[in-house]
Design a protein around this ligand. Structure first.
Ligand SMILES: Nc1ncnc2c1ncn2[C@@H]1O[C@H](COP(=O)(O)OP(=O)(O)O)[C@@H](O)[C@H]1O
Ligand SMILES: O=C(O)[C@H](O)[C@@H](O)[C@H](O)[C@H](O)COP(=O)(O)O
Length: 204
């Protein structure tokens, strides 16, 4: 049996991958930046991991296909795990972080399944999905008002066509649904509250 010493204790602590999900404009970036600040956890912006080809495709107004998304999802999963092993530069400790925040629309159940694989060989890792729920028309308005982004408002409809919001079984497992119809501040607070409750529940 391997003894748990202070130097190895961090390896056995539960580590969390917090995936902030939902269609374009739901507030993934806004919420992730807030959680990053409030929880002092590293943050991976999913949009930054698309290939130039995928970005061009979306900028041209074509929704991504499943085939376009697989490698992106796998990359996000691998980068999340890698981030959990590296000392966090924003915290004054040489220990790896206790969690990582990642934005990823994760529109379909099978996309979430790809990310769930992160925990298959890492019993110390828990994956959680925070689904930001708001109406299509609200998200159209937000994306229309957002400047300097490849994703245009007319893409929101295709995102809702692809969307498989987490159902009861996923909500009872590793997904939480957050009302994202309010102001940015309200949604940020609701998301933080949901994450903190989940951490608290896990520690009991
Ligand atoms: N709750 C909100 N209410 C109104 N506008 C919001 C809200 N959350 C984010 N926004 C704005 O809407 C746009 C999309 O938000 P963003 O965080 O980029 O969403 P996503 O990353 O899910 O596409 C941004 O311009 C952002 O400032
Ligand atoms: O900020 C946004 O508008 C979204 O995050 C957007 O960029 C998009 O959702 C994905 O990154 C593309 O991938 P999907 O088509 O799989 O959502």
């Amino acid at each position: 049996m391997t003894a748990i010493t202070p130097s190895t204790a961090h390896m056995t602590q539960t580590k969390h991958i917090w995936v902030i999900t939902g269609p374009a404009g739901c507030g993934k970036t806004s919420v992730a930046e807030y959680l990053h600040q409030q929880l002092s956890l590293p943050y991976l912006e999913g949009d930054g991991f698309h290939t130039p080809e995928n970005v061009q495709k979306m900028a041209d107004g074509q929704p991504l296909t499943d085939a376009d998304r697989w490698d992106w999802l796998i990359l996000l999963r691998e980068q999340s795990l890698l981030t959990l092993t590296k000392p966090h530069p924003h915290v004054s400790t040489s220990q790896p972080p206790s969690g990582v925040i990642v934005t990823c629309s994760a529109l379909k159940r099978k996309y979430r399944d790809v990310i769930r694989i992160a925990a298959y060989h890492r019993p110390d890792v828990l994956v959680h999905f925070v689904f930001l729920q708001a109406s299509e028309s609200a998200l159209m308005d937000r994306v229309r008002a957002r400047k300097n982004h490849y994703m245009k408002d007319y893409m929101v409809h295709s995102q809702f066509q692809s969307l498989e919001a987490p159902m009861e079984d996923e909500l009872g497992l590793d997904c939480m649904s957050v009302d994202a119809s309010g102001t940015s501040k309200e949604v940020q607070e609701l998301a933080l509250d949901a994450v903190e409750k989940s951490i608290h529940k896990g520690s009991q």
